[in-house]
Design a binder for this molecule. Structure first.
Ligand code: DSN
Length: 426
């Protein structure tokens, strides 16, 4: 199959690398909370001829001729996004979640305005105000963290900071936090200080779409997201907003922060919004949450401390010091990957170690749920992770555990064994 494909003929080196990564994805258990496995239908949509078309502007208002079909594709994606999430307006052009956040900020704020967001080292995202990101460099950032006792967002603290600093924008959302945020409480604080409420659901968009997590759309002025995480769509971004901010959001995406729309990715977004509206997807989203909960509970029962007291979504952080005071996130993630379980190290709240070393790991269940794993496998997986970490210096214990991990990965493959990693052209 491989040697017949146009890609393998044109560039065997590249084709070989793609196949090598398909094998990596299949051979190891994928627990990175922001990753998933797209369907081959998604690969067809995103690998289509729509990649050839330039279409700066919006449907019906383009700067190029020949946009009549991509207009239909983008309109399809917009209408499906609006229907799926119940929003007034959708912009499906952001190239990524970071681009979506940049456009959302500049739709409602000026360079130098104050933004209140969650600290990166306590669960937020780079674009919520980290000093190394455009957000921290271009805006005056005030950050809220987690309560040191509960390791959860304290709305009294958010309110206190909002009243003191009068931000133009309040950001609710995260990339490593396992509890449900109180959207109504954020709305109330935003109203009190006359701020715009921006909710970043990049991580939980699939859970929201599937009804497995409360939706912020009724409360937020603007919602930003990615389409490639729990939603299982193409790599890209999305902005939803009320009618009031529609024009400003569109202008902030194009021409302010982006050029041409990436039409093959927009086609993929149209497809994923269709798929995410089905009962099957809803069942999938609920299973992601069940799997995360069982995995966290299993690890807790074996002595691990889960940050924030557990999980209510698709992910959680493990405080590795509860397993071994000396164990770092870097060492744990490297060892687990070598053993066949891929995840990432992650700072835990109030982490005494550097962000490069960390005291935690982040675990997420969207990808393993796509691969077909259920609660039974989560119990096995949680036990394997703990056993590996507890016996990290004992090769005699690790070798049989490696075999066990491989058996589990083999029983729930992301893709068929003979899949090249790219769709065939018929
Ligand atoms: N890098 C993503 C994550 O892993 O959470 C967020 O953008």
């Amino acid at each position: 199959m491989t040697d017949m494909s146009p890609l393998a003929e044109a560039d065997p080196t590249l084709a070989g690398l793609i196949t090598k990564d398909a094998q990596r994805q299949r051979a190891k258990i994928q627990l990175i909370a922001s990753e998933n496995f797209v369907s081959t239908a998604m690969m067809q949509a995103t690998g289509s001829v729509l990649a050839n078309k330039y279409s700066e502007g919006y449907p019906g208002r383009r700067y190029y001729e020949g946009c009549e079909v991509v207009d239909e594709v983008e309109t399809l994606a917009i209408e499906r996004a609006k229907a799926l999430f119940g929003s007034d307006h959708a912009n499906v052009q952001p190239h990524s979640g970071s681009q979506a956040n940049m456009a959302a900020y500049f739709a409602v704020a000026e360079h130098g305005d104050t933004i209140l967001g969650m600290r990166l080292d306590q669960g937020g995202h780079l674009t919520h105000g980290s000093p190394v990101s455009f957000s921290g460099k271009m805006f005056n950032i005030v950050a809220y963290g987690l309560d040191s006792e509960t390791e959860q967002v304290n709305m009294d603290e958010v309110r206190r900071l909002a009243i003191e600093h009068k931000p133009r924008v309040i950001v609710a959302g995260y990339s490593s936090y396992s509890k449900i945020l109180d959207w109504a409480a954020f709305r109330s604080v935003a109203d009190e200080v006359d701020a715009v409420l921006l909710v970043d659901i990049a991580h939980i968009i699939g859970l929201v779409a599937g009804g497995a997590h409360p939706s912020p759309v009724p409360y937020a002025d603007i919602v930003t997201a990615t389409t490639h995480k729990a939603l299982r769509g193409p790599r890209g971004g999305l902005i939803l907003c009320t009618e009031e901010y529609a024009k400003a959001v569109d202008k902030a995406v194009f021409p302010f922060s982006q050029g041409g729309a990436i039409n093959h990715q927009i086609a993929g977004k149209a497809l994923c919004f269709l798929q995410a509206g089905t009962p099957e997807f809803s069942a999938y989203a609920h299973q992601i949450v069940r799997n995360a909960s069982v995995l966290a509970d299993t690890m807790t029962s074996l002595g691990a401390r889960i940050v924030s007291g557990g999980t209510e979504n698709h992910m959680f952080l493990v405080d590795l010091r509860s397993i071994d005071e000396e164990l770092t996130g870097k060492e744990a993630a490297t060892l687990l990957d070598d053993m066949g379980i891929t995840l990432n190290r992650n700072a835990i709240p109030f982490d005494p170690r550097s962000p490069f070393i960390t005291s935690g790991i982040r675990i997420g269940t969207p990808a393993v749920t796509t691969a077909g794993m259920r609660q039974e496998q989560m119990v096995t997986l949680g036990t394997l992770i703990i056993e590996i970490l507890k016996h990290r210096d004992d090769a005699g214990v690790l070798e049989p555990l490696r075999d066990h991990v491989r058996e589990l990965a083999d029983a729930f493959p992301a893709y068929p064994a003979d899949f090249d990693g790219y769709v065939a052209v018929s």
